[in-house]
Design a protein around this ligand. Structure first.
Ligand code: ATP
Length: 364
């Protein structure tokens, strides 16, 4: 299927600084939920602002449904893009109530969000807003707050109004910049699941920016990992977790460390045991590799099956405990082990390494 959005060779800088977006390419399939993940300051918000039409690129282009909407010298205005955006700072109308702010989206008024979708959200017809609004208020937990003004709401509530307003008019593409950052943990879990369902039902494509790796891994169809304005890797959550393109992606997503390994035939030998080389990788005997280790890959085992590690620290995490362990070589790793083990600093524990997939990079 033709992607709904193609970003090709995009560059952006704020003079006289460095490139904030640096030769960035990304294709987004219609109806998908795509997360942009990356460290603070890597250019995520700037990327959304370029897609939305609030910034113009220095080079490259953005194509939506076959039409160039941005390139140097041509920037289709935000209101002509049929793209909705929920900003980190909400951008609500202070003089309008919650109901008026949300209704603004349904009625397609003009304003700073540029919500000018072709279809209405849900099944609400022009005189059937009640149902659509009720659904939106249910989804976003805004019932009872409709007559309040933004200054009478908490930050999280304001964010939910912005979300409801952006969803109200079912844009083709909805951009969300850290949409859940001000919601408490339980509301965040509920609303993000529901949002995903609604986004799917409405057929909208969504591009979300987050620092929250867990959210991206659990909810994204695809994840684009960004660093210093560049795309490091775009793929499914499984690709990113199990087939990281480079060490940076491997280290950025989830807790991850590397232990030294050495090629021996078709095996990688580490101090925590030997494992088959990753498919497609072959190297001469003795080649030194760094082998990725996540805390969940470590298991306790019987004496003689793995290596004896010494506990140097621990952090309780419910059913599991995250231990900091020193391997016989002195290498420190983190291991997520069952809470019932009740180990203390100084204790010895026999462990082995059981990765679902082997990820290796040339030794540094
Ligand atoms: P965060 O996750 O902290 O929100 P981000 O990944 O969204 O960060 P951006 O807000 O896109 O990052 O900023 C990327 C870089 O561009 C930063 O160094 C920022 O200071 C710079 N920048 C962004 N907007 C402007 C601007 N209007 N003028 C000058 N520099 C800017």
């Amino acid at each position: 299927m033709e992607p709904i959005l193609k970003i090709r060779g995009l560059f952006k800088r704020f003079e006289p600084g460095p490139w904030v977006i640096d030769d960035f390419d990304l294709s987004i399939a219609a109806g998908s939920v795509v997360y942009v993940l990356g460290p603070s300051g890597c250019g995520k918000t700037t990327l959304l602002r370029l897609v939305c039409g609030f910034e113009s690129p220095d080079a490259g282009e953005i194509v939506k449904e076959g039409e160039v909407i941005s390139r140097p010298g041509l920037v289709l205005p935000p209101e002509a893009r049929r793209i909705g955006m929920v900003f980190q700072d909400y951008a609500l109308f202070p003089h309008l109530t919650v109901a008026q702010n949300v209704r603004f989206g349904l009625e397609g008024g003009r304003g700073p969000l540029g919500l000018f979708g072709r279809r209405r959200w849900g099944s609400g017809e022009p005189n059937g807003y009640g149902r659509s609004l009720n659904e939106l208020y249910d989804l976003t937990g805004l019932h009872g707050l409709q007559e309040r003004y933004p200054h009478e709401l908490s930050g999280g509530q304001q964010q939910r109004v912005a979300l409801a307003r952006a969803l109200a008019r079912a844009p083709d593409l909805i951009l969300l910049d850290e949409p859940f950052s001000n919601l408490d943990t339980s509301l965040r879990a509920r609303i993000r699941e529901e949002l995903r369902t609604v986004l799917r039902q409405s057929g909208a494509t969504s591009l979300l920016v987050t620092h929250d790796q867990e959210e991206a891994i659990n909810l994204g169809d695809r994840i684009a990992v960004m660093n210093e304005g560049r795309l490091e890797q775009a793929g499914t959550p499984e690709d990113i977790l199990h087939r990281p393109a480079n060490r940076l992606v491997a280290s950025f997503v989830g807790l991850s460390e590397f232990i030294p390994g050495r090629v021996d035939g078709d095996l990688v030998v580490t101090e925590l045991g030997s494992h088959p080389l990753p498919p497609g990788l072959s190297a001469p005997n003795g080649t030194r590799l760094d082998v990725q280790l996540r805390p969940s890959y470590v298991q306790p085992c019987e004496n003689g099956q793995g290596a004896a590690a010494q506990v140097v620290g621990l952090e309780f995490q419910g059913a599991q405990t995250l231990y900091k362990l020193a391997l016989p070589s002195g290498t420190h790793i983190r291991a997520s082990l069952p809470g019932h083990l009740t180990l203390s600093p100084g204790d010895q524990v026999q462990i082995r390494f059981h990765p679902p997939v082997m990820v290796c990079f040339p030794a540094t």
